[in-house]
Ligand binder design. Sequence first.
Ligand SMILES: [Zn+2]
Length: 116
Amino acid sequence: MGVASNLKTDCACPACGHEDVYFIQYKFGGCWEDVYSLGDKISWERGIPHGDPGHALVRVNGISVVPRKCSSCGIEDIIFDIWIRNDVIEKAVITTWGKNLDYSHEFEIIEQSDNS
Ligand SMILES: [Zn+2]
């Protein structure tokens, strides 16, 4: 899928509740395989840009790359919505699993910035 960014966060499996650390791959901001945490401001300074900076709220598609499946119950292809507010990663929410992520919809601008 080319160069992406990564979010590292603790999360509970949506099927069995098993807690794990997830590396979630997504494409928004300057993508250069950087690893971010919740609360980090994303960089636009390097890598391959996806989208543009300064939006009030953006929903970004992400997929867990490590682990690829829950080590407890085995569900695979865990897909997240990553919420980025004013270029800061606010939260990551599991939306579904067992499906291929459609990267033709990498992100969706929910709320424009006031000055755009
Ligand atoms: Zn599980």
